[in-house]
Design a protein around this ligand. Structure first.
Ligand SMILES: [Zn+2]
Length: 48
C-alpha cells in the first residue's frame, strides 16, 4: 500500500518533511534535510 520508502527516523509524522529528502537521481532517502547528499549514490539534494 505504501508508495514511498519509509523514513528511517520519522520524528514529525508529516510526509512533506521527508519527501523533500528523496534523491532525484535514485529515489534514496537522505538522513537529514536538504541541502545534503544522497547516502546511496552521492547525488546532491538541494533544498526545495
Ligand atoms: Zn541517490
Amino acid at each position: 500500500m505504501a508508495e514511498h520508502p519509509s523514513p528511517p527516523d520519522d520524528d514529525g509524522g508529516d510526509p512533506a518533511c521527508w519527501l523533500r529528502r528523496v534523491c532525484p537521481a535514485c529515489g534514496g532517502l537522505a538522513e537529514e534535510d536538504p541541502p545534503t547528499r544522497c547516502p546511496r549514490c552521492g547525488e546532491r539534494i538541494e533544498e526545495a
